[in-house]
Design a protein around this ligand. Structure first.
Ligand code: OOG
Length: 262
């Protein structure tokens, strides 16, 4: 069991790595005791620190490692989650500076906005859908604080699941019972298609990923609150971002979202 002081020094390392844009070696080599449960403990403390020191607040949640391909690549059988803070959200169509980021990548995702609290345990896909107010297309910018974007499951959880920035489409569409597993998406980089996918690529149905997360959150008495947004997990693999790139994603029926980088 790692002592509180060690957890706090890990939080410090991750906080400063992000602040100074300087990657650190992964933690598990140095702290072999760091397991998934302790890693979520680190994540909770890191979020408290960021809220305090950056004067920001929780606006939502994100899923990570929800696709089979990514789980197999990492040798894990479960996804991860992280927290979205107000200061991570960027305006649609605005340009995003890469200056303070380490080695950012971008992923297209389906965003859910909730009208009622979702609190586990025992939350089902049906309950997630019943409490969904709106759906919006989203782009998530991930940026691991670890050297070479290399980590184990516990490392990435401690690092708030590589969360960095996110952009939501300007149009939020009322959720009307469509089958989100069949919703198609087209992801473009600088005007050319880089990938196409459908909602089913996230654990068979993106609401399944959210139900999984909400049931895990109940261990810490946490829940998804009305008005919060959840990014349900990448619909395709992450793409590296370079200065001057423009990415867009169009989601069948739900509009599109664009992000350009300087
Ligand atoms: C972990 C987070 C990835 C997703 O949707 O799969 C993620 C990573 O850095 O790969 O957000």
């Amino acid at each position: 069991m790692l002592k509180t002081e060690i957890l706090d020094s890990i939080v410090d390392e991750l906080f400063l790595a992000e602040k100074h844009g300087k990657a650190i070696p992964k933690l598990v080599d140095r702290y072999p005791e760091l397991d998934v449960a302790l890693a979520y403990e680190v994540q909770n403390r890191l979020i408290e620190r960021k809220c305090r020191d950056e004067g920001t607040k929780i606006v939502g949640w994100k899923l990570g490692l929800t696709s089979k391909a990514k789980q197999e690549m990492m040798g894990v059988h479960e996804p991860t989650y992280g927290v979205l803070l107000e200061n991570m959200q960027l305006k649609s169509d605005g340009s995003i500076s890469l200056k303070t980021l380490i080695h950012p990548k971008i992923e297209p995702e389906i965003a859910f906005i909730f009208k009622e609290e979702l609190k586990g345990p025992g939350v089902t896909v049906a309950e997630v859908l019943q409490k969904t107010a709106y759906i919006a297309p989203a782009l998530e910018i991930i940026d691991s604080r670890y050297q070479n974007f290399s980590f184990t499951l516990a490392d990435v959880i401690a690092d708030n699941s590589s969360s960095s920035r996110f952009v939501l489409g300007e149009r939020f569409t009322k959720y009307d019972g469509e089958d989100l597993s069949l919703i198609g998406m087209v992801f473009k980089k600088n005007g050319s298609i880089v990938s196409t996918s459908a909602g089913a690529s996230v654990m068979g149905h993106p609401a399944r990923a959210i139900a999984w997360m909400v049931n895990k959150l109940s261990r810490y008495d946490q829940s998804v609150k009305p008005g919060e947004v959840v990014l349900s997990g990448a619909l395709t693999g992450a793409i590296e971002i370079k200065e001057g790139d423009v990415f867009s994603m169009s989601l069948d029926r739900y509009g599109s979202v664009e992000a350009s980088f300087t």
